[in-house]
Design a protein around this ligand. Structure first.
Ligand SMILES: [Cu+2]
Length: 220
């Protein structure tokens, strides 16, 4: 809607400009001095205020619908952990439970970048992968975290953008309705490798999603 309103205003104002250039072009007549028109100033200033405040208020409703409504109970939970300069995605595995995290056990070099507690049985089947795979037309509940500085989770095509803040788990739910691969990027200037910090979102069919889970489960 914002695009439609702004495009209309843009086209009308450009046509107005073209009209003025054509209508008042130099035909050798004497220039006419004006100090402006207060009525016109009041009209277009108020119109602009109403337009922008109106769009802001309507946007607030759309924002609230997305941010303040809980995810569906059957939404697929995926934990997103960001650190300089990678994304890690964790699925709870066949038991449906995420294992406990222990910061002292974080060790990317030995294959435990998230610090999943080795003593927690719920963590044994957790799946950790560098790209996000989700089934099409199914709600997904992301739990977004950061291990170091402020990062961001941004998927342009889905209009999804959320900061990852250290010390917080930020929920964000979405449903993708088109199969395909989309880029996930970090849009917070998070350090020297920021420009390389990206991953992919694969939206796949239900069958392909099941195959992905099976393949990952067998590899854990
Ligand atoms: Cu980042």
């Amino acid at each position: 809607m914002t695009l439609a309103v702004v495009s209309t205003v843009f086209i009308l104002s450009q046509l107005g400009l073209a009209f003025a250039i054509f209508r008042f072009r130099d035909r050798g007549q004497k220039a006419h001095f004006t100090r402006g028109n207060n009525t016109m100033e009041v009209i277009w200033t108020s119109a602009t205020i109403i337009l922008f405040v109106g769009l802001g208020l309507m946007g607030r409703k759309a924002w609230a619908e997305m941010r303040f409504t809980a995810a569906a109970p059957d939404a697929i939970p995926v934990e997103v952990t960001e650190n300089q300069f990678v994304f890690n995605f964790r699925y709870p595995g066949p038991d449906g439970k995420f294992g406990r995290l222990d910061t002292r056990q974080i060790s990317a070099s030995t294959g435990n970048p998230l610090g999943i507690d080795q003593n927690d049985p719920a963590g044994k089947d957790d799946i950790v992968v560098p790209t996000l795979t989700v089934p099409v037309n199914h709600e997904v509940q992301l739990l977004i975290r950061s291990q170091d500085v402020i990062h961001n989770f941004f998927v342009r095509e889905l209009r999804l953008q959320q900061d990852a803040t250290p010390g917080m788990v930020v929920p964000l739910h979405f449903e993708a309705n088109t199969i395909g691969q989309y880029e996930i990027v970090c849009t917070q200037l998070c350090g020297l490798g920021h420009s390389r910090m990206h991953s992919y979102l694969n939206v796949v069919s239900d069958a392909d999603y099941d195959a992905f889970l099976k393949q990952q489960a067998s590899g854990q």
